[in-house]
Design a binder for this molecule. Structure first.
Ligand SMILES: Cc1ncc(COP(=O)(O)O)c(C=O)c1O
Length: 363
């Protein structure tokens, strides 16, 4: 069976990591040391941002960004179609998530429809590395209404729309470096911003809100990234092609070579993609399930949906409402296998299987 995802490192990457790990152990500095700093510097180059803060997860990256932008007490617009973590981090930062309807990418109309008097920020989630084609109109809307844009770029390392990279599109962005991400440190997160004060606050929150004199002056936590984790991230950023470049090329091959009248492969040729997810869209749920069974019978395990349960169905959040775009997307999309080491033969077999799928006669 071809799995949906596999965590894979090359022999050269493993060797480089073991050398770096030994150096970390010898140094005696296991956290907030030179590897964290180097990862931050390299990711600043990857994203074209001034300041990067490495933290313990994508969820804490979001919480810290919300706190650093002083959004406690505010309403924050969050798409209904996103990971539980986007809303969880909003709540943990003391803000209120207000949902806007959203399929794969955000629209200005849906944001406008959801805005409340207390709204101070809008979260754009680049699902699977896809940046909204309405970025310019959303940015204009946010400027007019004095709203901050915060990127949940958990999936979007190396993604860009035209020449504008994820991580630079708002006041701050939160990336995840969880085990399945294109750039991974096992667990971890990276906050990007071009604003010095926001970056300084993020660093303060990351280390228990502690001042050099030992006084804890804001409500931070133990949100640091271990040096051993940072070393793993550096190994991937210094390999060419990077996992993100490999992912982009694999996604482009899916987009160029899947030719089926009932399957859409979202891919904008002028964009760059992280290659985190190979999302395809079907006309309805029955056909999605039929294609899933067809792939499985050919030895291919497609991934679950990016999110099978939009936020208004997540019991822990208690957020209710009617979000038809999010519900339809959850029911009708599928993720094809994708990881940087997917071989040309494997991808050929997947594409061939998709292209020869016979659409059921009724739905
Ligand atoms: C959109 C989004 N935001 C945030 C997160 C949380 O990241 P982490 O698992 O690193 O906390 C995820 C996790 O995949 C995600 O998909």
């Amino acid at each position: 069976m071809i799995p949906p995802f596999r965590s894979e490192f090359t022999t050269a990457q493993k060797a480089a990591y073991l050398t770096a790990a030994a150096a970390v152990l010898d140094s005696g500095q296991l956290t907030l040391g030179p590897y964290t700093q180097q990862l931050e510097e390299r990711f600043a180059v990857t994203t074209g941002t001034r300041y990067v803060t490495a933290v313990s997860s994508g969820t804490t990256a979001l919480e810290i960004a919300f706190r650093a932008l002083d959004l406690t007490g505010a309403d924050v617009l969050v798409p209904a179609n996103t990971n539980y973590a986007t809303a969880e981090a909003t709540i943990r930062a003391g803000a209120r998530p207000v949902l806007y309807d959203c399929a794969l990418t955000a629209t200005a109309d849906a944001i406008d429809a959801a805005r409340t008097r207390a709204t101070r920020a809008v979260v754009l989630v680049h699902i699977g590395g896809h940046i909204t084609p309405e970025l310019d109109s959303i940015t204009r809307y946010c400027t007019t209404h004095n709203l901050l844009v915060v990127e949940d770029a958990a999936h979007a390392h190396g993604s860009a729309t035209s020449d504008r990279p994820a991580g630079t599109l708002g006041a701050a962005a939160a990336f995840s470096t969880f085990a399945t991400k294109a750039l991974t440190t096992g667990e971890g997160g990276l906050i990007t911003t071009n604003d010095h004060a926001t970056a300084a606050r993020a660093r303060h929150y990351r280390d228990q809100g502690k001042n050099p004199d030992g006084l804890n002056t804001v409500f931070g936590s133990a949100w640091r990234m271990p040096e051993l984790s940072a070393a793993l991230g550096i190994v991937q950023l210094t390999t060419t092609p990077t996992p993100m470049q490999r992912g982009h090329n694999l996604l482009r091959a899916y987009a160029q070579r899947i030719h089926h009248p009932d399957i859409a492969v979202p891919f904008e040729p002028r964009h760059r993609y992280s290659g985190h997810k190979a999302i395809i869209q079907l006309p309805d749920h029955t056909q999605r399930e039929n294609l899933r069974a067809h792939l499985q019978s050919a030895g291919i395990t497609p991934a679950r949906g990016v999110y099978d349960h939009p936020l208004h169905h997540q019991p822990a959040l208690g957020l209710t409402g009617n979000y038809p775009l999010a519900d339809h997307f959850a029911q009708t999309h599928l993720c094809l296998p994708l990881w940087p080491g997917l071989t040309p033969d494997q991808q050929h077999h997947i594409i061939d299987t998709v292209n020869t799928w016979n659409l059921p006669k009724h739905s």
